[in-house]
Design a protein around this ligand. Structure first.
Ligand SMILES: Nc1ncnc2c1ncn2[C@@H]1O[C@H](COP(=O)(O)OP(=O)(O)OP(=O)(O)O)[C@@H](O)[C@H]1O
Length: 356
C-alpha cells in the first residue's frame, strides 16, 4: 500500500544512490547503491584496499563525492554541486585510534560535542551515555588509566552523546586481542540496539561481520557483490567470491562422471550454460559422517590423511575418489584417526554451484 511505502521511506536514515569516488583518476568506488533503515546495523566487509574506509569517508563528508548522491534522513548531503560539511551531517564516528583527549577526564571527553546543551543537560547526557556503556563509575578518570576495551566503550559513549542520526564505525576493535574483540563486538552491538542507533560498520573480519550485523555488504574492488542478512550471505552466497569469503571452502569441477555418480547434481545444475566450466563448492562443516543413505544427499567414502585439532572441532584432510582431496570439519568428540576409512555425506542444500 502507498501509506506503507511512505512509512518505509521515512524509515530510511541513509540512502546511497549510484556513488563513485576517484583517487588520482582511478575509480575506487564504482556505482554503489544501498540504504539503511532506522536502527539497523550494517557491516561493510571486504579485503584490504577494496574501498571500505573510502566509503565511510565519503558518507561522513571528509572526502568529496565524484558522482552520485547521498541522503541522510531524506536531506541530500552530497550530490551534484552539493557538499554539506561533515560536522553538519549529524554523523558520529568511531575509529580504531580512539582519539580520546588524554589530558582531560572521561566526563569532559564525553562533553566534547555537547556545546549546544546547558550545564545540567550536559551532565545528564554524560551520565546517560556512561551508564549505557557501563562506565559510569569512571567519569572522573583519565583515559590512560583505562584498559583498551574500556577506552573503546568511552569512545563509543562520546560518539553517541550528541545523538547522531547515524554512527560510522571504522574497524573499532582491530587494536584489541581476539577474546576482547569478540566480547566487545557483542557488547557494542547490544548498546547500539538498546539506543536504536543506525550504524554502518567497516571490518575485514568475516566472523565479526556475521556476529555484529543485521545485514552485510560484501565489497570487492569498489563494487557491491552482495547485500543481505548474515544467514543469506553465508548459506546462499550469490557467487564464488562471496562463498569463498568465509574461511576455507572446497571447490570441485563438475564433470559428466560426477553427475552420473550423483544424479542429484543434475537436478540442481540445469540452469547452467553448457559452454562454461561449472564448479561445486561446499564448506568443511557441510560434510558429516553418514547416518543413513539418502538419495537427496551426496554420499561417498573417504580416507583421512591428516587431522588438525582446534579444541571443539577438528579439520581433517581427506582423499576421495569423487572429489580428490578435500577438507572436512568434525566434532573433536568423534574418534577419528589418520588412515581411517569413513562413509560421509553432504546435504543437498549445503552445495553451491558457480561457473568460474
Ligand atoms: N588519500 C588517498 N589518495 C590516493 N589513494 C588512496 C587514498 N586513500 C586510499 N587510497 C587508495 O584507495 C583504495 C581503497 O582504500 P581504502 O582505505 O578505502 O581501503 P580499505 O578497504 O578500507 O582497506 P583496509 O582494510 O586496508 O583499511 C586503496 O587502493 C588505497 O591505496
Amino acid at each position: 500500500m502507498l501509506t506503507d511505502k511512505i512509512k518505509d521511506n521515512n524509515n530510511i536514515i541513509l540512502n546511497i544512490k549510484n556513488i563513485f569516488h576517484k583517487y588520482n583518476n582511478i575509480n575506487i568506488l564504482k556505482n554503489i547503491s544501498f540504504h539503511i533503515k532506522k536502527g539497523e546495523i550494517i557491516s561493510i566487509l571486504g579485503s584490504s584496499g577494496c574501498g571500505k574506509s573510502t566509503l565511510l569517508r565519503v558518507i561522513s563528508g571528509i572526502e568529496p563525492l565524484s558522482k552520485g548522491q547521498i541522503f541522510i534522513e531524506n536531506e541530500e548531503v552530497a550530490g551534484k554541486s552539493i557538499h554539506i560539511a561533515p560536522e553538519k551531517r549529524g554523523v558520529g564516528l568511531v575509529f580504531q585510534d580512539l582519539a580520546l583527549f588524554p589530558h582531560i577526564k572521561i566526563q569532559k571527553n564525553i562533553e566534547y560535542g555537547l556545546s549546544h546543551l546547558n550545564k545540567l543537560e550536559k551532565k545528564a547526557r554524560v551520565f546517560e551515555m556512561l551508564t549505557l556503556v557501563k562506565m559510569e563509575s569512571f567519569h572522573d578518570t583519565y583515559p590512560h588509566l583505562l584498559s583498551g576495551g574500556q577506552q573503546q566503550r568511552v569512545a563509543l559513549a562520546r560518539s553517541l552523546a550528541p545523538l547522531p542520526k547515524i554512527l560510522l564505525l571504522d574497524e573499532p576493535f582491530s587494536g584489541l586481542d581476539m577474546n576482547l574483540r569478540r566480547t566487545l563486538c557483542l557488547e557494542v552491538r547490544n548498546i547500539l540496539k538498546q539506543s536504536q542507533m543506525t550504524s554502518l560498520f567497516v571490518t575485514h573480519d568475516a566472523t565479526e561481520a556475521l556476529m555484529f550485523s543485521d545485514k552485510i555488504i560484501i565489497l570487492n574492488n569498489g563494487e557491491i557483490e552482495q547485500f543481505d542478512t548474515p544467514q543469506k550471505i553465508y548459506h546462499h552466497p550469490k557467487n564464488s567470491f562471496v562463498a569463498s569469503f568465509f574461511g576455507m571452502i572446497n571447490k570441485v569441477i563438475v564433470t559428466n562422471i560426477l553427475v552420473k555418480k550423483f544424479p542429484i547434481l543434475n537436478k540442481n545444475i540445469f540452469q547452467i550454460q553448457d559452454n562454461k566450466n561449472l564448479y561445486l563448492y561446499f564448506r568443511p562443516e557441510a560434510i558429516s559422517i553418514q547416518s543413513q543413505t539418502d538419495e537427496n544427499n551426496i554420499c561417498f567414502n573417504a580416507q583421512i590423511i591428516s587431522i588438525q585439532y582446534f579444541g571443539s572441532y577438528v579439520l581433517a584432510k581427506l582423499i576421495t575418489e569423487e572429489f580428490g582431496n578435500i577438507i572436512a570439519q568434525f566434532s573433536s568428540q568423534e574418534d577419528l584417526k589418520i588412515g581411517n576409512r569413513i562413509s560421509l555425506e553432504i546435504k543437498n542444500n549445503l552445495l553451491f554451484y558457480f561457473p568460474d
